[in-house]
Design a binder for this molecule. Structure first.
Ligand SMILES: NC(=O)C1=CN([C@@H]2O[C@H](COP(=O)(O)OP(=O)(O)OC[C@H]3O[C@@H](n4cnc5c(N)ncnc54)[C@H](O)[C@@H]3O)[C@@H](O)[C@H]2O)C=CC1
Ligand SMILES: CC(=O)[C@H](N)C(=O)O
Length: 385
């Protein structure tokens, strides 16, 4: 199904097609729910996406516009959508210029989500059926520019929902563990609970959840949202509190040492990139009638900086971690859940994560080694043999 170029792009982005022997259990969590999730990397990680594509009737194949598509999550999702539904199925949009090394970016257009008319135009001209709204300012950068975070995260969501209403689009707007706060139960946090976030990012995401649900009930907009934990990918993160869980791998491979801005015992929920992509695509494909809610928790596994360092040491025994705490990010992390209960997503639309901590570590190390080999002009080996 995938062309050679697309296939190599999927490999680079972590959607490996070769098998691996890793079968470590994802047990690094205090959560009883998550302790049950022993797992091995699937022999064919693309199988679930291929099956979903094959099960979609030709007339129902989506045409998807992704906002903020050059960020951490957008490029991987766009690549997978092209793999599943064809080269023309995705319009990638953002407000910055594409770099020469971003060779996976195709069908790309400038789109500022603060310009509602421009969103209308892109949707009409592109015959779009589904909006995936990724543009946002994340938790740490949001705290540094509150007025801009309010504009991008709140005005942007309003514009997207208005356009979705006008053109009867399906619309996905991600939420986050940041939509919870210190008063929320922090272990196995349920879907419906206290939400009093203390960051502008969290406040704007609660607004997005509630406004989207309002547009659904009031105007029939097919709004869907998932509360993601921190996402781990071999792409540059956009300025969040969970970013250390990506940088730690780059530092491990470059210097053998990572200086962590969170305390060693700070436990947060996380998920591997390919599972994040799967959660969006399977959720969007679910029948409306199977959804008991419009905003669901989804998660992979939880760990502390100490525990991810231990996981890295299984592959790089000399790896060292030291700590220089950033008070702002620590305060944010201390107000977020340590683990999420996503059992309703599992029951309603069969959500399931395929990757645990050790599988994620193994893949991240392989992907970054491959990236470094390319940068040095060497011809990299297959990701995981
Ligand atoms: N990465 C993560 O760990 C998590 C992400 N999420 C959510 O997923 C979504 C995507 O996240 P990431 O890709 O990590 O974010 P990111 O920060 O990497 O990318 C956001 C993109 O939005 C673009 N953008 C900013 N202002 C814009 C504007 N006015 N018009 C159009 N685009 C604009 C930026 O240029 C950037 O490429 C966000 O809504 C985020 O809140 C939720 C939980 C976890
Ligand atoms: C969990 C998130 O929403 C994001 N990665 C952040 O740390 O801000």
């Amino acid at each position: 199904m995938a062309s050679k170029a697309l296939r190599s792009c999927l490999l680079r982005r972590g959607a490996q097609t070769t098998s691996t022997s890793s079968s470590a259990a994802a047990a690094s969590t205090t959560s009883s729910i998550q302790q049950q999730r022993g797992m091995a990397i699937p022999a064919d990680p693309l199988a679930r996406f291929r099956q979903l594509a094959n099960a979609t009737p030709v007339g129902e194949k989506p045409r998807v516009l992704i906002t903020g598509s050059l960020g951490q999550l957008g490029r991987g999702l766009a690549t997978m959508l092209r793999f599943m539904y064809g080269e023309d199925s995705v319009l990638m949009t953002d407000i910055r210029k594409v770099r020469a090394d971003e060779t996976d970016v195709c069908n790309y257009h400038f789109l500022d989500i603060l310009n509602e008319g421009a969103i209308d135009e892109a949707v009409v001209n592109g015959r779009v059926t589904t909006l995936i709204h990724f543009s946002a300012l994340l938790s740490a950068v949001g705290e540094q520019n509150v007025p801009l975070a309010l504009k991008v995260n709140c005005q942007g969501v309003q514009n997207i929902l208005e356009v979705a209403k006008r053109h009867s689009l399906k619309v996905f707007i991600p939420s986050t563990i940041g939509a919870f706060g210190p008063e929320t139960p922090r272990v196995d946090t349920p879907d419906i609970t206290v939400q009093r976030p203390k960051t502008i990012y969290g406040v704007s995401k609660v607004y997005a959840e509630l406004l989207g649900e309002y547009y659904h009930h009031r105007f029939g907009v097919d709004f869907r949202s998932l509360r993601f934990p921190g996402i781990i990918s071999a792409t540059k993160p956009g300025g969040g509190t969970t970013d250390y869980a990506i940088k730690i791998f780059y530092d491990a491979l470059k210097d053998g040492h990572h200086v962590c801005y969170l305390r060693p015992d700070t436990r947060l929920p996380m998920m591997y990139d390919t599972d994040c992509t799967a959660s969006v695509l399977f959720f969007l494909a679910a029948q409306s009638s199977s959804l008991s809610m419009r905003t669901y928790n989804v998660t992979g596994f939880s760990f502390t900086p100490e525990e991810i360092a231990a996981s890295i040491r299984k592959f790089m025994p000399d790896f060292r971690i030291t700590y220089e705490i950033c008070p702002m990010r620590q305060r944010i992390a201390d107000s977020w859940p340590q683990s999420l209960d996503d059992s309703i997503a599992r029951a309603d639309w069969a959500w399931k994560n395929d990757y645990g901590l050790d599988q994620t570590t193994e893949i991240m190390i392989a992907l970054i080694k491959r990236e470094m080999a390319r940068e040095k002009g060497e011809s990299p080996k297959a990701v995981i043999a």
